[in-house]
Design a protein around this ligand. Structure first.
Ligand SMILES: Cc1cc2nc3c(=O)[nH]c(=O)nc-3n(C[C@H](O)[C@H](O)[C@H](O)COP(=O)(O)O)c2cc1C
Length: 321
């Protein structure tokens, strides 16, 4: 895997547990995402041979380049988790040091690691020593409840041998509140020579362009801004290629939504596909006339044919204005 393929102005789809399954990753790739990452995978669960967890690591050849993301609370477990994930032959690995959710941090994993720069260093060192040949990134926030260890952690991640850094510049205490502070992305670029992937609050193509220009980051990663809006990747590419032209797209989100639904049902089966799809509907239909009615209908219908019918009816009403 050439570093260029990941870090040379590439557009990454962020890992979003519960959303970025195989089906949605492929949709984002189709509309312009360059690099994909799996949802977070527990090193503990891998070590205990949990079958449900192993499914999270599966991907298809057309998803490359793709990284598998692992989380855990010790250097040994994370290195072991990566060893177990190697059988899937991902293009790279990512270590999660940013997850803020209680279940994860109370165990000392995710963003809880940011309280201890020495532990961060030990994890990166162990992974590099155990797996000298792999490409791996580390995904962090700015800190636990302040930025007091930020410079140390960023510097140590480089010194101990990570291939790149992904930064969502909020502290753990902020969860998803307020705005991410992109100055920290620029700061990380000053501190290290390894590539930096900027992440946080890219909701429009303009935000993506602005993150590049304001921070000097090497690649950008988009999460919530891509849910129900996979076109954002192609729109950013269009903007990068022709900065003065208006972004236009010929596809309506509702036709993408219909395709997404069909793919989910085909991949996960009717019942699970419908359940997964319901989470996406508010995002695809945000601000559209009649959306509340459509969402309610989809939340109650249990047959794929009926759901396709209501989507098509809605599509017609949107097209006809
Ligand atoms: C529903 C949801 C699930 C997430 N799951 C993961 C995950 O599995 N691994 C991870 O590193 N980050 C996860 N994140 C964080 C995102 O990858 C990303 O860092 C964060 O949402 C900020 O980027 P955004 O503003 O573009 O969404 C998740 C975020 C959300 C909202």
């Amino acid at each position: 895997m050439k570093s260029q393929e990941l870090f040379n102005k590439k557009l990454w789809l962020a890992p979003l547990a519960g959303y970025t399954d195989h089906v949605y990753r492929i949709i984002c790739k189709r509309y312009g995402a360059d690099v994909l990452v799996s949802e977070m995978i527990s090193a503990d669960a891998l070590i205990h041979r949990n079958k449900k967890t192993a499914i999270l690591a599966e991907f298809y050849a057309d998803e490359r380049p793709i990284g598998l993301q692992v989380f855990g609370n010790s250097a040994e477990k994370i290195a072991k988790g990566i060893e177990l994930l190697k059988q899937y032959k991902p293009d790279f690995f990512d270590i999660n040091m940013g997850c803020p959710i209680k279940k994860v941090v109370k165990n000392g994993s995710g963003s809880a690691l940011l309280k201890e720069p020495k532990k961060v260093a030990a994890i990166v060192r162990k992974v590099r020593k155990t797996h000298p040949e792999i490409v791996f990134t580390v995904k962090i926030r700015t800190g636990w409840n302040s930025d007091k260890h930020f410079d140390d952690i960023v510097t140590l991640i480089e010194q101990e041998g990570a291939s790149g850094l992904i930064l969502h510049p909020r502290t753990r205490s902020q969860l998803f509140s307020g705005k991410s502070d992109w100055n920290y992305i620029a700061r990380a670029k000053e501190l290290v020579k390894i590539p930096v992937v900027g992440n946080g609050d890219i909701l429009t193509p303009e935000d993506g362009i602005r993150m590049y220009s304001e921070t000097g980051c090497d690649s950008i990663m988009i999460g919530r801004g891509a849910i129900g809006n996979p076109l954002i990747f192609g729109q950013i590419k269009q903007r990068l290629a022709q900065p003065t032209q208006n972004v236009n797209s010929f596809l309506h989100p509702i036709s993408i939504m219909k395709g997404h639904f069909k793919d989910l049902v085909e991949f996960h089966g009717e019942s699970n596909g419908i359940k997964l799809f319901r989470k996406f509907v508010p995002y695809y239909t945000k601000g559209l006339f009649g959306a509340t009615h459509l969402r309610e209908a989809i939340n109650h219908l249990t047959s794929k044919y009926e759901i396709i019918d209501v989507i098509e009816e809605f599509e017609q009403s949107v097209v006809n204005g």
